[in-house]
Design a protein around this ligand. Sequence first.
Ligand SMILES: *[C@@H]1O[C@H](CO)[C@@H](O)[C@H](O)[C@H]1NC(C)=O
Ligand SMILES: *[C@@H]1O[C@H](CO)[C@@H](O)[C@H](O)[C@H]1NC(C)=O
Ligand SMILES: *[C@@H]1O[C@H](CO)[C@@H](O)[C@H](O)[C@H]1NC(C)=O
Ligand SMILES: *[C@@H]1O[C@H](CO)[C@@H](O)[C@H](O)[C@H]1NC(C)=O
Ligand SMILES: *[C@@H]1O[C@H](CO)[C@@H](O)[C@H](O)[C@H]1NC(C)=O
Ligand SMILES: *[C@@H]1O[C@H](CO)[C@@H](O)[C@H](O)[C@H]1NC(C)=O
Ligand SMILES: [Cu+2]
Length: 209
Amino acid sequence: MRFSTVALLGGLASVARAHFQLQYPVPRGPFVEDNEPTFCDGYNDAVNNRTVFPLSNGIINLNSEHPQWTAGVIVSTKADPTSFGDFNNSAGTYQLVVQYFQQSGEGKFCFPIDLAANSNVTGLTDGANVTIQVIFNGGDGNLYQCADLTLSGSVSVPANATSSCTNTTSTPSTSSTAPSTSQTGGAAKGMMPMSGFAVGALGLALSIL
Ligand SMILES: *[C@@H]1O[C@H](CO)[C@@H](O)[C@H](O)[C@H]1NC(C)=O
Ligand SMILES: *[C@@H]1O[C@H](CO)[C@@H](O)[C@H](O)[C@H]1NC(C)=O
Ligand SMILES: *[C@@H]1O[C@H](CO)[C@@H](O)[C@H](O)[C@H]1NC(C)=O
Ligand SMILES: *[C@@H]1O[C@H](CO)[C@@H](O)[C@H](O)[C@H]1NC(C)=O
Ligand SMILES: *[C@@H]1O[C@H](CO)[C@@H](O)[C@H](O)[C@H]1NC(C)=O
Ligand SMILES: *[C@@H]1O[C@H](CO)[C@@H](O)[C@H](O)[C@H]1NC(C)=O
Ligand SMILES: [Cu+2]
């Protein structure tokens, strides 16, 4: 009994350590697992070597280390967004450019992002410097990675950025309820719907104890 409890808790710990890594566009800096529950994976300032990214018909490629997850994408048009509030509109809500969607499976997944289609976000134009922040939840709290971009109407996604990914099955453009994410990026707050999975597993472990 004691052994199986330890084994189960060990399994939970490894689930808690698994996260996600943005593949394309390139994030602000190398993935830092412990910082991913915080704003932009702990990279608080925009970088100068921005990815020149398609204004229309872009793709995001991420590697999921969780079997069940939810993701969405917000955008900031500030030159150097340094806080979650910098991704908000004047009404004080996130500028959501890829609606939250659910997906099963680990590995590399691609989904579309059409920034030009968001007529409700001003400043998404050819030549603009913007930052996208991917919000991901695989059951252990909200995780964040950012990429600094220069938008272009004349580039397309490079073939090697999507050569090894699976398309997501759900359509990101469908409307869904946004989670209430923590302004300070605390891991425990603002869990997305998938978090029930982890809560259930934790409840099971505690009941065995
Ligand atoms: C965009 O960012 C680059 C690199 O940080 C900078 O050199 C350029 O002047 C910026 N362009 C605009 C339009 O702000
Ligand atoms: C920018 O440079 C940093 C440091 O060399 C690197 O880690 C990052 O991948 C580069 N970003 C892009 C978009 O090339
Ligand atoms: C930004 O938007 C988020 C989510 O929509 C909200 O929780 C937060 O309070 C907003 N922050 C500011 C500074 O407006
Ligand atoms: C902006 O418009 C897009 C596309 O119609 C929509 O998906 C998104 O939810 C809207 N964002 C806000 C903040 O209303
Ligand atoms: C894709 O090709 C570009 C050059 O065209 C290169 O900078 C980049 O590192 C490549 N990405 C991968 C994932 O191989
Ligand atoms: C994945 O989706 C893109 C459009 O977003 C499409 O062009 C491509 O054919 C799809 N690939 C597969 C294998 O379905
Ligand atoms: Cu994780």
